[in-house]
Design a protein around this ligand. Structure first.
Ligand code: SAM
Length: 213
């Protein structure tokens, strides 16, 4: 029992910041495991010519999907884990070589991009780990164009049906998660408008979008 918990703790900690060989394997694993990304991306419009940022890009699967969707645009990924950056760069090598994708080592706290640069910012399974949620959402708002959207896509939100599992994960990984109405509140507090929140209750999935107006 304790052994299982130790392994689970290691895995959840790697989700926070993939590190070393095990971290790289986890980042690759998440590329296959995070089906929530496809569901979440159906909630936003991605135009062919969009400039898009994927924050906490991990192994780079969402960057890859977005580069295919925005076939005449450009997709940037950032992650504060050097190992995530390495995996995402390998996974997206063809797009990087053709100039359609760039991956940067950076934290959501301070993005290496000018103001009003992106049409869309996506964040899949990562906001739980950010150091200062409202400030970090404000930083994302800075790099969005007027009319651009942020979308947070997650496999965990606060709901009684999943509370036992989620409390354990959050304790092991030292992360925070929220109720649907709290998503509305913190996106509003960070200055976003036209906020929408949708859930897939039986899977405990949530997608929250806000627009910079
Ligand atoms: C659970 S993984 C999700 C990766 C990817 N988005 C996916 O869905 O497979 C979380 C990722 O967020 C990154 N991350 C956590 N805090 C971050 C921060 N402050 N700035 C940038 N990336 C961060 C981690 O390094 C990790 O790669």
């Amino acid at each position: 029992m304790e052994l299982t918990e130790n392994i689970m703790e290691k895995m959840v900690k790697q989700c926070r910041k993939p590190t070393g060989i095990f971290g790289r394997l986890m980042a690759r694993g998440m590329n296959y495991g995070h089906k929530v990304a496809g569901w979440g991306l159906n909630h936003v419009s991605v135009n062919k010519d969009h400039t898009i940022l994927d924050v906490g890009c991990g192994g780079g699967k969402t960057v890859n999907t977005l580069a295919k969707m925005a076939a005449e645009g450009k997709v940037y990924g950032i992650d504060y884990s050097e190992d995530s950056v390495a995996v995402a760069s390998k996974v997206n090598k063809k797009f990087i070589d053709s100039g359609r994708v760039e991956i940067f080592h950076a934290s959501v706290e301070s993005l290496p991009f000018p103001d009003n640069f992106f049409d869309l910012v996506t964040a899949v399974e990562t906001y739980y780990f950010w150091p200062s949620l409202i400030d970090n959402l404000i930083e994302l708002r800075r790099v969005l164009k007027e009319g651009g959207s942020v979308v947070l896509i997650n496999e965990v939100y606060r709901h009684e049906m999943f509370e036992k599992r989620n409390t354990k994960w959050a304790r092991l990984g030292d992360f925070t998660y929220h109720l649907p109405e709290e998503f509305r509140k913190f996106l509003g507090d960070a200055g976003y408008s036209s906020i929408t929140v949708d859930v897939l209750e039986d899977k405990n999935w949530i997608v929250a979008c806000g627009v910079k107006e």
